[in-house]
Design a protein. Structure first.
Length: 276
């Protein structure tokens, strides 16, 4: 396992990089956490700038990635946990169950989960940034109990997210809610996609199918509606309203407002004032 390649854990998706030379005298210099193997077949654990010796080649057998991926696709949490318990039990009987073996299993399983999420166009690296995920991940290598606890949380979180993505209406409603809350900020399509844990291409496709408009059009509509409200109900200057509504400049705001509403912001304010 892990022969002549790296398994990176840097807060984004785990990647196997076969083209990188891995030598004991010249270990990788990245600041992430990963297992690497030197030219003698020995395993090392890199944490930041320090290396910790793990053991010789064939340190632990590979978990069956095919079987685990099948459990993931079936959203079979019990199957996953049963497999992991059996796997760790086998290592324990063979006298190979220690923290280093847990690290390898930790990284193998996380890589599989990230691959599963990526298949469903979910941004895995944004999904496990909450404090609970971080705490469980830090403890996962401590014992088989902590490993199971972490794996259970990771699987449950992944399944919940995939289920929501499959319900496109849920993704769209979350997207609309996020935009309504953040339209005053300088946000992009990528920012919105990250907030709902899906890829930007998937979100654009689903959002347009469900609503008939682009994400940027919905964002603009929210900003224009806020500008109209401020023009009707306050005495703020038009330039201040432009900024408060999320537009980057007064000239751009005026152009977009006239295009959407059919009149300039001043004309709109005057018309609404006459109606009162």
């Amino acid at each position: 396992m892990h022969k002549k390649f790296l398994v990176l854990l840097t807060g984004s998706i785990a990647l196997s990089i076969s083209a990188v030379p891995v030598l004991a005298s010249d270990p990788p210099t990245d600041d992430g956490q990963y297992i690497w193997q030197d030219e003698n077949g020995d395993y090392w654990y890199r944490n930041g700038s320090e290396d910790e010796y793990i053991g010789e080649g064939n340190y632990a057998p590979d978990p069956d990635s095919g079987e685990l991926m099948q459990y993931l696709e079936q959203q079979d949490r019990s199957g996953i946990l049963r497999y992991l318990r059996d796997y760790m039990g086998k290592l324990s009987k063979e006298g190979r169950m220690d923290r280093s073996a847990l690290r390898l299993l930790h990284q193998d399983f996380l890589q599989l989960v990230y691959s599963y999420l990526q298949r469903h166009e979910i941004q895995a690296h944004t999904l496990y940034q909450d404090p609970v995920s971080q705490q469980l991940q830090q403890l996962a290598d401590s014992s088989s109990f902590d490993m199971i606890k972490w794996a259970s949380y990771v699987a449950d979180t992944a399944f919940k997210c995939v289920s929501e993505v499959r319900q496109t209406g849920t993704v769209v409603s979350h997207t609309e809610a996020y935009i309504r809350e953040h339209f005053r900020e300088d946000i992009s399509r990528d920012d919105v996609a990250a907030a709902v844990y899906v890829t930007s291409s998937y979100l654009s496709r689903v959002f347009r199918t469900e609503t008939g408009m682009k994400i940027t059009d919905f964002l603009t509509r929210c900003r224009i509606e806020e500008a109209k409200r401020l023009l009707r109900t306050t005495d703020q200057s038009v330039s201040d309203i432009a900024v408060e509504s999320g537009f980057e400049s007064f000239s751009y705001f005026s152009t977009v407002f006239k295009k959407v509403v059919g009149m300039t912001p001043v004309q709109y304010r005057n018309r609404e004032s006459e109606r009162r």
